[in-house]
Design a protein around this ligand. Sequence first.
Ligand SMILES: [Zn+2]
Length: 102
Amino acid sequence: MNIMLERYNILSCKHYAELETRAAIEKLSVWDRAVHRFHHLICIVCRRYSRQVKLIEQATKQEIACEAGLNADTSQALSAESKTRIDAELKRVLDNEQRQKI
Ligand SMILES: [Zn+2]
């Protein structure tokens, strides 16, 4: 049983994260959905990760709607300070990745 779980990446948090990302942009196969769901049930860390990803997706959609002037709830919009902080952190991470490639 354990070998089967490992062989099909059911126990891998990394695989779960990959499926979580893919699920946001495409429909997963029945097997991948089952693996994702099973891991979701057994791993509290990945459940937290999933909640955080959904929160970020929701905030991003809301921010895009606010920037576009669409009718969105602006009470939870990011402050200018938060935007600056996120922008700086993204630039720092991208710069680090660029340096590692060189
Ligand atoms: Zn996990």
